[in-house]
Design a protein around this ligand. Sequence first.
Ligand SMILES: Nc1nc2c(ncn2[C@@H]2O[C@H](COP(=O)(O)OP(=O)(O)OP(=O)(O)O)[C@@H](O)[C@H]2O)c(=O)[nH]1
Length: 312
Amino acid sequence: MNDHEVNDPAPPESGVSPDFRCGFAAIVGRPNVGKSTLLNALLERKVSIVSPKPQTTRHRILGIRSSEQSQIIFVDTPGLHSGGKRAMNRHMNRAAVMSLNDADVNLFVIEALRWIDEDQRILEQLVQRGRPIILAVNKVDRVTPRERLLPYMEELSRKAHFAEVVPLSGLKKSNIAVVPELIAKHLPLSPPHFPLDQVTDRSPQFQASEIIREKLTLRLHQELPYGLTVEIERFAEEEGRLMINAVIWVERTGQKAIVIGQGGEQLKEVGRSARLEMAELFGRPVHLELWVKVKENWSDSEQALRQLGYES
Ligand SMILES: Nc1nc2c(ncn2[C@@H]2O[C@H](COP(=O)(O)OP(=O)(O)OP(=O)(O)O)[C@@H](O)[C@H]2O)c(=O)[nH]1
């Protein structure tokens, strides 16, 4: 099943103009070029996990940006991996290819002054699909002196026929405002698919699990790249408070000790920062309980992936 069909589209809003445009924009690019950061800047709020380590985005996260003229449904693709053998890698590749198929326009994100073979490979796949490609040249804040950018942009323009080439910085939020306008030009005339005030079709449970995973990833640095996932077991409202119980699944007993940390400090700190962010996101106090459990070699087994909801 196509992820976009999970939620029935909302009935068309009354009163939208006949020039209204709506469609799907895939955010594509190799790991760590800054796709999640850019998406968050485009949506003006945080919906997708951001971390300094590559390949942290496992799920396709749909962010929605609506204005009076358009509704852009962003698909944040996992990194297109080269040659991954484990089940998780296969899943990620399938997900990436699926969102390329869905998109009306591709926002291809690269790093300023850094074009490598993997960028070339992704560009070739995009060109084959024949959909418009908007090239987002990210991280321009790192370019010094600024004059180096212009010849680089000219060089890029010769690599393919891009609909647009935009230098920007997702982190510094510079030159971001123009991007939705450029994307909207390439979307079909259509009424909005979702209510205009909706920014994501992900459930609050999913968002809660992503917040926990992000806090873990930030604290654990190199120690647990793929080896953990988060499952929400309870998500209930009681007397104005959200009661959330979550299990952090790891692959090995040794990793369990790492996640918990000495005297439980690590886990306590993860819980504290996750709880604060959830309280802000959901607009009410949160009571969060975290457990760490071992699921042997889960990321190697298709069946275990399915149990945890990574079906594609
Ligand atoms: N200097 C600078 N750093 C950036 C910019 N955008 C993102 N970064 C950093 O680049 C790193 C990767 O950013 P992400 O947004 O997680 O990258 P991603 O492409 O979504 O990564 P994957 O999930 O691995 O595919 C983080 O450390 C960001 O802070 C930018 O405009 N300028």
